[in-house]
Design a protein around this ligand. Structure first.
Ligand code: MV4
Length: 504
């Protein structure tokens, strides 16, 4: 059994995992790239080793080097976090071959769920409902797909079997446009995954994207931790998640049915450790399996806030062969949690990534607030990795309290030096459809605009003056005190009355 963990990741998730290790009394090993010499995860760990140059393929994707470092440092377990090597069956196998515990599922479960066509047929055999589409595990030619399409019906989606997250996906509205869209999907899948294989699914329009967190140990126990609502996305990047889902709300019967189905899907591949089953839920509350993510997810904190379970600690215990500390009967969802992903990007300029040095941060704190971050003042945001700089998570007794708290927290949070999408989240918090929980997967792209925020926009010149002062005093710690609260209408009274009107 291991007492030392290597964290094969960076940024906020590496810090999150380091904290769990520390609380469990375990020793930690960090790895880092040239671009991350000054990173927080390096400072937090007991030991840290350089992997190589900044590009991921030369650093965080170097499974061979990471295993070598684990063996050299005496780490007995490797936590992959999310992204990078987290869902690579070959890496999980290489860990096992080196007698290292991969803190995640078995390689066979990663592989079975990694091929979306195999995942569909495997869970179907276990009685899990899937969206109508092509069946079986083999690859189908264009002519076979064209012959099957009318039976499925239009509109439909062409999806990459190696895909997930929307890459290599094409919407097809008629048989005429299908041949060229099949080619486009195959080309994109080939370029992204080195595998051009595709399958078909009927397109479900206006559906919600809701996922169920599960945990499974090596003793045959599998439990679910309720759902997360993930419909607020832009170009397949999630921006905000909440738990419970406002669509499921107090329909505990639906929650338990979806949870039981998620448990069955996990059992179908002999799943162990933390995982997530994604569902599409239509307006009549019919739900369909989409795919399983065989990793810890970015948005796991909202589930932690409402269930009280520390998912990362539980992952480590499970990997050490222990029994889970919870049974299904122990788990209850308490209150409401919302997570805003704070990205270094400009919401006023088509969400363009923003790089540069963070000069000042005023962190939001206070009751019911959690901030998971990998940055600090002085840290340089490089273009090499994703733009997530922190996650702002709030808890409230009710959804209304959580939204009020998120508004307050977004007001408090100041990051100077790079653009962030904080104004996007503030606009979202003011949106009537968000307040009412009435949104689906197309909301951000089709019905939401930053213009609404621009409308009542005030003269920003005082802020410019303050920032100029800040720049002049950047050497002094005092300068941070000058960051103003901004001229936004910060009164909650107007907002409260809106809320009440909406719920009359
Ligand atoms: C779908 C779908 C509708 N019908 N499948 C997107 C990423 C991947 N996890 C699966 N995804 C979807 N699959 C069927 N049969 C809707 C989505 C979807 C989506 C689609 C377009 C734009 C944004 C979206 C956000 C979430 C899910």
């Amino acid at each position: 059994m291991f007492n030392k963990v290597l964290i094969a990741n960076r940024g906020e998730i590496a810090v999150r995992i380091l904290r769990a290790c520390r609380e469990l009394g375990m020793q930690t090993v960090a790895v880092f790239s040239d671009a991350d010499r000054q990173a927080l995860h390096v400072r937090y760990a007991d030991e840290a080793y350089l992997l190589g140059p900044a590009p991921s393929r030369d650093s965080y994707l170097r499974g061979d080097r990471i295993i070598e470092i684990a063996l050299k440092s005496g780490a007995g377990g490797i936590h992959p976090g999310y992204g990078f090597l987290a869902e690579r069956a070959d890496f999980a196998q290489a860990c096992v071959d080196a007698s290292l515990a991969f803190i995640g599922p078995k390689p066979s479960a990663i592989a079975a769920m990694g091929d979306k066509a195999i995942a569909r047929s495997t869970v179907t055999r276990a009685g899990v409902p899937v969206v109508p589409g092509t069946e079986g595990e083999g690859s189908l030619s264009d002519s076979e797909l064209l012959a099957l399409a009318p039976g499925i019906g239009f509109p439909l989606l062409v999806k990459a079997t190696a895909g997930g997250g929307g890459k290599g996906m094409r919407e097809v509205r008629s048989i005429e446009e299908m041949p060229s869209l099949l080619q486009a999907a195959r080309r994109e899948a080939e370029a992204s995954f080195g595998d051009g294989n595709v399958y078909l699914e009927k397109l479900l329009e206006g559906a919600r994207h809701i996922e169920i967190q599960i945990l499974a140990d090596n003793h045959g126990n599998v439990i679910h931790l309720g759902e997360r609502e993930c419909s607020l996305q832009r170009r397949h990047q999630k921006l905000l998640e909440e738990s419970p889902s406002p669509f499921i709300g107090d329909d505990d019967e639906l929650r338990q049915r979806m949870g039981a189905v998620a448990v069955r899907a996990a059992q179908a591949v002999g799943y162990v450790n933390a995982g997530t089953i994604e569902f599409l839920v239509d307006k009549d509350k019919n739900f369909f399996f989409l795919e399983m993510n065989t990793r810890l997810q970015v948005e796991h904190p909202v589930t932690e806030m409402v269930t009280g379970v520390d998912i990362v600690k539980e992952q480590i215990r499970i990997a050490r062969g222990r029994q889970m500390r919870y049974s299904q009967a122990d788990l209850h969802m308490n209150g409401w949690a919302i997570e805003c992903r704070i990205n270094a990007e400009d919401p006023y300029n088509n969400f363009m990534p923003s790089t540069g040095r963070i000069t000042h941060i005023l962190v939001a704190t206070g009751p019911g607030v959690r901030v998971d971050t990998g940055v600090y003042p002085g840290f340089e945001i490089s273009p090499y990795y994703d733009s997530l700089i922190s996650k702002l998570i709030v808890w409230g007794e009710t959804r209304a309290e959580a939204i009020m708290r998120m508004r307050r927290t977004l007001e408090e949070y100041k990051i100077v030096g790079v653009h962030t999408n904080i104004p996007f989240h503030q606009t979202l918090m003011d949106s009537h459809r968000f307040m009412g929980g009435q949104y689906d997967t197309r909301f951000v792209e089709e019905r939401f605009s930053m213009e609404a925020a621009e409308e009542g926009k005030v003269d920003r010149s005082p802020i410019a003056a303050i920032l100029a002062t800040l720049a002049a005093h950047r050497q002094t710690k005092l300068a941070a005190q000058f960051i103003s609260r901004g001229e936004r209408d910060t009164s909650n009274w107007k907002w409260l009355s809106r809320w009440e009107r909406l719920h009359r």
